[in-house]
Design a protein around this ligand. Sequence first.
Ligand code: SF4
Ligand code: SF4
Ligand code: FES
Length: 249
Amino acid sequence: MAERIVTFEIKRQANPDAPATWERFELPWRAGMNVISAMMEIAANPVTADGRATTPISYDSNCLEEICGSCAMKINGKARMACSALVDNLEQPIRVEPLTKFPLVRDLQVDRSVLFENLMRVKAWVPVDGTYDLGSGPRVYPQQQEVNYPLSNCISCTCCMEVCPQFNVATGFVGAATIAQVKLFNNHPTGKVLKEDRLRALSGDGGIQECGYAQNCVQACPKQIPLTNAISDIGRDVAVQKLKDWLKS
Ligand code: SF4
Ligand code: SF4
Ligand code: FES
């Protein structure tokens, strides 16, 4: 019986200034094969379908189980995690290209540090005053846990930002992931001491007002984070904060 072959078309670009090209690769099919395992095979033996030796493909990955968030890329035109993209569920040739909203590093690798800059801008952390023993933390009730746990599943993959029509240089929009983390940390009994700072950080240019509520983000999120709920809730909180600040001024 003829061996089953899986065909990939991969966008290649040696550096941000180099011209982009597409290369075709063929690999023998294996049960359970996913896009990252295919990238590993190609990296180990970088030879194109027409037998030409090429450079190994550059890409990010780590956990291989949709936890670290590093392997986001466009697969058949859709932003998703390569480690959970099973070859059997994809139309061939499987076209793989880098995310388009972030500066390219090389091939499928992009620089997504803007998400971490945005998280710093909104103080997406629980402040801890010193490294001494602070005793047990405040009680978090099950009802609060049910709201917060899904938000805490964000893996910083940036798929929500890639698909968002408002996430671009012109708007400077922070994107859905950052807004969801504001909700998470504002809900936290200790984290909420920075609530007003976070809401103010989202009230100006690039803040929540940039969201057009197109809801692409919630559909693209691999962790099913309730992003549009978070955007509505934080939108209301930002409006209330603005009103309070105006009344005080
Ligand atoms: S609702 Fe639409 S505009 Fe708002 S963050 Fe999501 S994708 Fe972007
Ligand atoms: S909110 Fe979802 S899509 Fe956005 S970075 Fe977090 S896990 Fe990824
Ligand atoms: S390798 Fe970690 S999410 Fe895919």
